[in-house]
Design a protein around this ligand. Sequence first.
Ligand SMILES: [Zn+2]
Length: 209
Amino acid sequence: MIQVNRGKPPDILTRKRAVWLAAWRKAATPKARAQALARYRHEGIRDALRDAFHGKCAYCESQTDGVTWGHIEHYRPRSRFPELTFDWGNLLWACPRCNSECKGDQFPEAVDGGPIVDPCGDDPTDHLVFDYDPVARLANVYGKTIRGTVTRDLLDLNRPDLRAERSWRVKQLAYLSELAKRDAEARALLEEAKQDDAPYAAFARALDP
Ligand SMILES: [Zn+2]
């Protein structure tokens, strides 16, 4: 997880947010309310979020578009905070695994060690450690604070298949970080791996602060 500036809301949201929210408030049946809330899936919002997050999951930093459709994720779940459904500051881009399978409708409050780390509101490195173990050749996420640990556990950021995919890349980055001390091409590749659009950039940055 890296810190992301999602930028300004797309025009469609600026123009329609109040209208959509009013339609939800007026909706008389559960079905009508659900239909009113579903407007957040507008293509203009989807495209703006995908661009802001460089097509990477806000939580696990995996590229979504190569293998699946990314999700518009509500940091505060819309089932519990419907008034934030169209709030640009509540929207993230996430992979289906982090969004649906792990987080779902959960949102731990402070009393339960939350809230989870917000990639747009927090600096994730204040709460999480992105560690590469060169002996086991594994790239692990650890909690630095209670919020970090709760985030790691809720999103299952060390789930085996994610960790395997991530470790495959990070072990190469670890080698690159050694080469980069004396090789200009390696240095350039490592700098690329630290950019916002690179998968698992948090680990590249941790390897080469
Ligand atoms: Zn994810």
